[in-house]
Design a protein around this ligand. Structure first.
Ligand code: NAD
Length: 437
């Protein structure tokens, strides 16, 4: 099939490459010339495991091309909208400027029977509004909402074989023409067993925001338990193991630490609250305000713990922060808790060095005032305290004896509860975890 993908960021670039891998002819469109130039040369404009290899593989087949010219969507019969929906400046709601612009630019090129597939995360009601606009200009085209659940760091596998497909169509019916078209696009994954659910448009939009709200709530729940464990002298990691054994609860997303960040969870729960308010249902989501507050409190808590670890003052303390990305296996620093803590420490008088295997370029763009060092070994030299804030494998595997020979003072704060505290203490380190004695 001939497919266009509009917006080639973390979601769209992976989607375009994976659709070509499935055998489709794909045109990726983005307004960012740098991104398009890199993608056209089969280089990934961001770090995502396996993406660059995939780009090289599919571009060699001639089935994948990239351009900044929207007119290139002509001839495609399926058009995926994958542009960003960031938080509005100074407000909780989602900024729909990019989605509206992408739809507006695409619509003049639609032919009879074409299907527009929204993948961006949008406030409920957006799809119905866009479907109406599409119908007014091209009555024979269809709009479907197909929210995306990929995880950065696993994006290629998640796109090729997702754990579910959700298709939202206007009449909510399996017989809708757009359902049959999308089934053809995803035939390989469907045959391999990925389940799919057909819903109406608002349900499909809500599935995505509800899923992210649930995940955010789970993380904030265990972080609230960490606060209690700290107050009561208990250990949140053992508590999580024990409650996680109940399969109604489950152990996943129960790691207490510095909280969630990234380009999705924080802005999605805020946009959800804002939209609920517009719909007169704000009471239903007031709990998300608490979820957000617990999450942001973690960052302040780490700054306070670091001050304690440094003997009461941060002034002039050389602090090494391991990790800048919002999570391992990604270079995404959007709303990264690690970077926000690093910046706070610097503001309060510490001399901060940040290290990360992949995210330093993005981090330096966001916080140019911090000092960055690629090599872990160099970053650790002469540190007065070390903070592990993004749990990359190379940091989990650090040898506490070797690390001790590099630093000025053997003090470490494990912001992700990823290290073996006994091992570090045995090597002479003063060790602090979150929610642990
Ligand atoms: P991103 O910022 O990495 O990418 C968005 C891209 O859209 C950018 O490259 C931008 O230049 C491009 N763009 C903006 N306006 C355009 C236009 N008019 N025409 C063409 N391109 C345009 O964002 P992302 O992380 O890929 O997220 C995209 C959407 O997917 C968001 O709604 C997000 O919530 C959702 N989502 C993201 C993930 C994820 O893990 N990143 C997962 C699921 C859903």
């Amino acid at each position: 099939m001939r497919i266009s993908v509009i917006g080639c960021g973390y979601l769209g670039a992976v989607h375009a490459a994976c659709m070509a891998k499935l055998g489709h002819e794909v045109t990726g469109v983005d307004v960012d010339e740098r991104k398009i130039s890199e993608l056209s040369s089969a280089r990934a404009p961001f770090f995502e495991p396996g993406l660059e290899e995939l780009l090289r593989e599919v571009q060699a087949t001639g089935r994948l091309s990239f351009t900044t010219d929207i007119a290139a969507v002509k001839g495609s019969s399926v058009h995926f909208i994958c542009v960003g929906t960031p938080q509005k400046d100074g407000e909780n709601g989602a900024d729909l400027t990019y989605v509206d612009a992408a739809a507006g630019e695409l619509i003049p090129y639609l032919n009879d029977g074409d299907v527009v597939v929204g993948k961006s995360t949008v406030p409920v009601g957006t799809a119905a509004r866009l479907a109406k606009i599409v119908r007014e200009v091209q009555p024979e085209a269809h709009l479907l909402w197909n929210p995306e659940f990929l995880r950065e760091g696993h994006a290629v596998a998640d796109t090729l074989q997702p754990d579910r497909f959700v298709y939202g169509v206007e009449n909510g019916s399996e017989d809708h023409h757009a359902v049959q078209v999308l089934d053809k696009v995803y035939a390989v994954a469907l045959e391999a067993g990925s389940p799919r659910l057909v819903t109406d448009l608002p349900t499909a939009e809500l599935v995505k925001t509800a899923a992210n709200s649930f995940l955010a709530t789970k993380i904030s729940f265990i972080n609230a338990m960490a606060e209690l464990c700290e107050a009561a002298g208990a250990d949140v990691t053992l508590l999580a193991d024990a409650i996680g054994m109940d399969d109604r609860i489950g152990r996943k997303f129960l790691n207490a630490g510095i909280g969630f960040g990234g380009g999705c969870l924080p802005k999605d729960i805020r946009a959800f609250m804002a939209r609920a308010g517009e719909l007169g249902a704000d009471q239903a989501l007031t709990f998300l305000r608490e979820v957000d507050a617990i999450n942001m409190r973690r960052r302040t808590r780490v700054v306070e713990l670091t001050r304690e670890l440094c003997g009461g003052s941060l002034l002039g303390q050389r602090i090494t922060v391991l990790g800048a990305a919002f999570k391992p296996e990604s270079d995404d620093v959007r709303d990264s808790p690690a970077l926000s803590i690093a910046a706070q420490l610097q503001l309060q008088g510490a001399v901060v060095t940040v290290s990360d295997p992949e995210a330093l370029k993005n981090a330096a763009r966001r916080f140019p005032e911090l000092h960055y060092e690629k090599s872990t070994e160099v970053a650790l030299r002469r540190a007065d305290a070390v903070l592990l804030l993004t749990e990359w494998t190379e940091y989990r595997d650090l040898d506490p004896y070797e690390a001790a020979t590099l630093v000025s003072a053997t003090r470490i704060l494990d912001g992700r509860n990823a290290l073996n505290s006994n091992k570090w203490r045995a090597a002479g380190w003063t060790f602090r975890g979150l929610g642990r004695p």
